[in-house]
Write a protein that binds this ligand. Structure first.
Ligand code: ADP
Ligand code: ZN
Ligand code: MG
Length: 496
């Protein structure tokens, strides 16, 4: 079938991703420079002869980066190679001072994995072709415009040598939305492993390959034959740095390619650049081929033997499994289980709290109260996880009836977060201990005596009157009475 003969609706979208993630290590992959950007650091200050690519400088592999890669391999259910090695990928680019990147070629550390995700309630499995280790290049700052319009470009090697893992998927995505869900899931898994920090600028960068194939090449199970994949002209979109960016760039590409086909033009096989501010992709160059890179063995690094690492290195329970266990073990509903496993730290915190209390109470306090208040303050559980004792003390005070739930939520917890005080001293200073029954009874009598109009309204059957009286009692007791109890006491007295 020729391009002209295809109408838009006869085409299926095919996408494969190459995801670069920075691994969280203290130092760079081949030298001792820190990977942690200092506040307001000067460009090219976090560098040494190795990551600047000076002649004669020799790389030494960072064991931490290899461990992180093995963890990623295990989490992706991939084969972790027993013997692996590094290659030089040769190309000239100003962010690459050696004129080659140390990467892996024919023996990636991980291969043949998969990641399961759900897209709009449907389960999807995306196969991972390979995941290999490499070094991050430096970064370019285009002055006065984008990559294609800048007056000049500055280069900063602080990022050069940050350990990267390139995760290459099979062309298993059938829509831009699926890539977004995949990236979110991948990040969640990597963060659980403790090898990735999504808040770090540029920690995830995506190259997205996209083509259109005749819809009748898609089999019942959604698979597409190799011939059809190879025959399709694809574009590779670079410079994508977020989940949303991936979805937007690919949606743009789908439309652009479909329009080309509809007008009888072939889709060029090329590399395109995602211009986030303009929301378009622009052509950069015809797509390079493997032979262009002149790969050859990196003789400055010995082969890497990681035969027993897969057994030796443990990984934590992953998010899906933990979600499932939370539902079974603690009887949580899907929404609570999902909230409480949103990060490993939240899940750990919840389990610590759940040790001391009924799971429902623990879930309410962690998922609803604590996460809500933290979120409002732009804080995370990691900002308070060293105050577990204070938090459990607060719940204990509520459970024992020492303070009302309302005061605990609206006064004590908030002050704990805003001022860093502990619950007992907040309660004492503010006199928030629950009022005893006599005190409440006195306040009920007072409220009735002082508000004859409201009492009359109540007897006339006006619903709002009781709420007014409850409010009066709450005020008199400084909010330390239980509103439900007060309501009952008032009715009992008024109905006498
Ligand atoms: P290359 O050698 O050009 O880098 P690869 O076979 O290594 O190509 O694949 C690179 C990426 O392109 C992978 O993520 C893969 O899933 C994806 N890919 C392969 N064929 C297609 C296609 N027809 N359409 C979209 N993506 C594809
Ligand atoms: Zn260095
Ligand atoms: Mg490739």
């Amino acid at each position: 079938m020729t391009a002209q003969a295809l109408s838009q609706r006869d085409l299926a979208t095919v996408i494969g991703l190459e995801v670069h993630v920075q691994l969280e290590t203290d130092t760079k992959i081949f030298c001792g420079c820190s990977t942690e950007p200092a506040d307001d650091e000067e460009p090219n200050s976090r560098t040494c002869p190795v990551c600047l690519g000076l002649p004669g400088a020799l790389p030494v592999l960072n064991e931490g980066a290899v461990e992180a890669a093995v963890k990623v391999g295990k989490a992706l259910d991939a084969d972790v190679a027993e013997h692996t090695r590094f290659h030089r990928k040769n190309y000239y680019y100003p962010d690459l001072p050696k004129n080659f990147q140390i990467t892996q070629y024919d023996a990636p550390i991980c291969a043949d994995g998969s990641l399961e995700l759900s897209v709009e309630g449907e389960r999807r499995e995306i196969d991972i072709e390979r995941a290999h280790l490499e070094e991050d290049p430096g970064s370019l700052q285009h002055a006065g415009g984008g990559i294609d319009t800048a007056d000049y470009t500055l280069v900063d090697y602080n990022r050069a040598g940050t350990p990267l893992m390139e995760i290459v998927t099979e062309p298993d995505f059938r829509s831009p939305q699926e890539t977004r869900a995949f990236l979110a899931k991948l990040e969640e898994v990597l963060e659980y492993l403790g090898v990735f920090d999504s808040t770090r600028d540029g920690s995830l960068r995506v190259d997205a390959n996209i083509s259109l194939v005749p819809a009748d090449e898609v089999g019942e199970d959604g698979s597409i034959g190799l011939d059809a994949l190879e025959a399709a002209n694809r574009t590779e979109v670079k410079n994508i740095s977020s989940h949303k960016g991936a979805e937007q760039a690919l949606a743009y590409e789908v439309t652009r390619q479909k329009n080309a086909v509809q007008r009888g033009r072939a889709v060029e096989q090329e590399t395109r650049h995602w211009d986030e501010s303009r929301g378009i992709t622009v052509s950069m160059r015809s797509k390079e081929e493997e032979k262009d890179y002149r790969y050859f063995r990196e003789a400055d690094l010995p082969p890497l033997e990681v035969a027993d690492w897969k057994e030796r290195i443990a990984i934590p329970e992953l998010p899906d499994a933990r979600r499932e266990r939370f539902r079974e073990e603690y009887g949580l509903d899907a929404e609570s289980a999902s909230k409480l496993t949103s990060t490993k730290e939240v899940a750990d915190f919840f389990e610590d709290v759940a040790e001391a209390f009924d799971p429902d109470l623990a879930a309410t306090w962690v998922a609803d109260n604590l996460l809500g208040e933290l979120n409002y303050r732009d804080m995370a559980v990691t900002d308070v996880d060293d105050r577990l004792d204070e938090f459990t003390r607060l719940i204990e005070l509520v459970a024992e009836g020492e303070i009302t739930t309302k005061n605990a939520e609206e006064v004590v917890l908030r002050q704990m977060l805003d001022e860093g005080d502990d619950p007992d001293s907040i309660i004492e200073a503010a006199g928030l201990g629950t009022a005893d029954d006599d005190e409440v009874a006195v306040a009920v009598e007072e409220a009735i005596g002082e508000n004859p109009d409201a009492v009359e309204d109540y007897h006339a059957g006006e619903g709002g009157a009781i709420n007014f009286l409850v409010g009066q009692v709450m005020q008199k007791t400084g909010g330390s009475a239980d509103p439900g109890d007060v309501n009952g006491m008032l009715r009992e007295r008024l109905d006498e």
